[in-house]
Design a protein. Structure first.
Length: 116
């Protein structure tokens, strides 16, 4: 099983980044996919979630209207489009796969730094 995130980096406030998470080793289309983030000294928090068929999407209040989660089941990939980035969005972003009755899977994380 692998979940490989990419797309992180350094961006100025107000800028945009698009994170990607490519998965292998399990039935991607059966899993809800989530993006979490963890800032230094803080607990990991759920940022966005998308159901297996992309019917349902949920966002943390802090990112609503700025972030968009999407998925391409054919490409086994989940995305997080992040616009209007703020310094408080600085964190390591993790891709997570979750399904009822099955174990969770996690990526290694990608660093996002928002700074001028």
């Amino acid at each position: 099983v692998q979940l490989v995130e990419s797309g992180g980096g350094l961006v100025q406030p107000g800028g945009s980044l698009r994170l990607s998470c490519v998965v292998s080793g399990f039935t991607f289309s059966s899993y809800t996919m989530n993006w979490y983030r963890q800032a230094p000294g803080k607990e990991r928090e759920l940022v966005a979630a998308i159901s297996s068929a992309a019917v349902y999407k949920n966002y943390a209040d802090s990112v609503k209207g700025r972030f968009t989660i999407s998925r391409d089941n054919a490409k086994r990939t989940v995305y997080l489009q992040m616009n209007s980035l703020k310094p408080e969005d600085t964190a390591v972003y993790y891709c997570n796969a979750r399904a009822t009755g099955r174990r969770d899977y996690w990526g290694q994380g990608t660093q996002v730094t928002v700074s001028s």
